[in-house]
Design a protein around this ligand. Structure first.
Ligand SMILES: C[S@@+](CC[C@H](N)C(=O)[O-])C[C@H]1O[C@@H](n2cnc3c(N)ncnc32)[C@H](O)[C@@H]1O
Ligand code: SF4
Length: 448
């Protein structure tokens, strides 16, 4: 068998999580700053995704490599809001210049980190900024907010609800304190239950719960019990994340601390979780995402394969068709602090150009479309492809033909969709489809 095929079927099913393409470790300082008005010229600025990244948390969890800092001083969060205000003002003006009219947002997400680390007054200011500063109509479009169990109170939840948040996502990871602690997150089940009760009382239409599988202490029986406990709350969505131990995280520094046969352990937990959720009527949307039969789903107003993303806040990424850009990325406390300090000192003019990111040529744009479509429930539709690109997908990406041959995907109704075997290997298929240029950059990334 071809060596690259073997990587797909015999290598680890857990090569890497593709939540976007290219990966942020493929970003570099751009050869020259790109003015935002130029980056956004020719883009559809009428249905953008607005994302605000809040890089603060109550703790730094041992498994987490997201861009965040634990327990910042009050003056840091205050200065951060001032900086986001400058960034929003400049970004909106540049988007308006590029589009010839004010930008419009089809979807809003506030993530992190942990947005609810902010005080009630700061959350209000952040929503004012999204609404008045950026012009997002928060009551008319889907608005999603990430929260953690230890940062919720009734006042903050009332603000989220009043300001139009219709989806709240909370990280739980496990209902067994011992399992979460072993993953480097001291958490008490009583606090999680209190948070879930408060979220349900607040009446958000969509509640999403995040769980992680693959910690050393997790058994299949306890994993199933965790998910049974979750199901008792009837969440509209559930995300099941395989554990990754990444460099410079608490778990990474400590040595892996995972089961001997880690891949087989994760696969067994994945299958047990998938089978249980399906048996309870949940629809599997992707390897990680499951949607309840009661959920009305997500109207596809915004499609991540196609539409632009405007990121605000240090750590947020922004996507146009030809350029992905962000602030720099780090995991270590020192690296994050340095990047944050630089962000806090920026003037409005400093936000007028992208300086760090990845320019996507025509080939990378095709890869991105194929990859993100294939890893989602819709699959890679020939009609959608033909509406964007001239040559057939297999010509742009001959690798795709391997997937049906290996029974990891199947053509049906004009679309290539992953089979169950393919879905559980999503984290192998994604990286396998990365271009050699992106792989080389990711391999050469110097993480701080
Ligand atoms: C932004 S956090 C969720 C909100 C909130 N900060 C919290 O932790 O409660 C996103 C989710 O990604 C998942 N995650 C983060 N790092 C991970 C890793 N190394 N392996 C697996 N899942 C991970 C966790 O389930 C986490 O809840
Ligand atoms: S998992 Fe959530 S709370 Fe923990 S460090 Fe990451 S973003 Fe913060």
């Amino acid at each position: 068998m071809n060596a690259r095929f073997a990587e797909l079927t015999e290598g680890s099913p857990y090569a890497g999580y593709t939540y976007s393409y290219p990966h942020k470790t493929a970003y570099r300082r751009l050869p020259a700053p790109v003015p935002l008005a130029r980056a956004w010229a020719g883009e559809d600025t009428g249905r953008l995704f607005l994302y605000a990244h809040v890089p603060f948390c109550e703790m730094r969890c041992g498994f987490c490599n997201l861009f965040t800092t634990a327990r910042p001083e009050a003056d840091v969060t205050a200065a951060w809001l001032d900086a986001v205000t400058r960034q929003a003002s400049r970004t909106r003006a540049d988007l308006e210049e590029a589009g010839g009219r004010p930008p419009a947002f089809a979807r809003v997400a506030v993530g992190g980190g942990t947005p609810t680390w902010l005080t009630a007054a700061q959350l209000t200011r952040l929503f004012d900024l999204l609404e008045q500063g950026m012009g997002a109509d928060l009551r008319a479009v889907p608005v999603s907010v990430e929260v953690s169990p230890g940062t919720l109170d009734a006042e903050k939840l009332a603000i989220l609800r009043e300001r139009g948040a219709d989806r709240v996502s909370i990280g739980i990871q496990s209902f067994f304190d011992e399992d979460v602690r072993a993953m480097g997150r001291p958490q008490r089940r009583a606090e999680v239950e209190r948070a879930l009760g408060a979220l349900r009382d607040a009446g958000f239409p969509t509640l999403n719960l995040d769980f992680i599988y693959g910690g050393a202490t997790q058994t299949v029986a306890r994993w199933v019990e965790t998910l049974e406990t979750a199901l008792a709350w009837s969440p509209e969505e559930i995300y099941l994340y395989p554990l990754y131990v990444r460099p410079l995280t608490g778990l990474g520094r400590r040595g892996r601390g995972v089961a001997e046969d880690w891949d087989a352990h994760r696969l067994a937990l994945y299958r047990a979780g998938r089978d249980l959720l399906r048996a309870r009527g949940y629809q599997q949307v992707s390897m990680r995402m499951f949607r309840s039969p009661r959920s009305d789903g997500d109207a596809p107003v915004y499609r991540c394969q196609d539409d632009g993303m405007v990121g605000l806040g240090c750590g947020a990424r922004s996507y146009t068709r030809g350029l992905h850009y962000s602030s720099e990325y780090a995991v270590s406390a020192r690296g994050v602090r340095e990047i944050l300090t630089d962000y806090l000192g920026r003037t409005e003019d400093d936000f007028a150009a992208a300086v760090y990111g990845f320019a996507l040529d025509a080939h990378e744009q095709r890869r991105r479309f194929a990859l993100l479509s294939l890893l989602s429930e819709e699959g890679l539709s020939l009609a959608d492809w033909a509406a964007r690109f001239d040559e057939p997908p297999a010509e742009a990406l001959p690798q795709l033909d391997a997937l049906p041959a290996l029974r990891l995907a199947r053509w049906a109704d004009g679309a290539l969709r992953l089979t169950d075997a393919g879905v559980e290997r999503s984290d192998a298929i994604g990286p396998w489809l990365y271009s050699p240029a992106v792989r080389a950059r990711m391999d050469g990334y110097d993480l701080t």
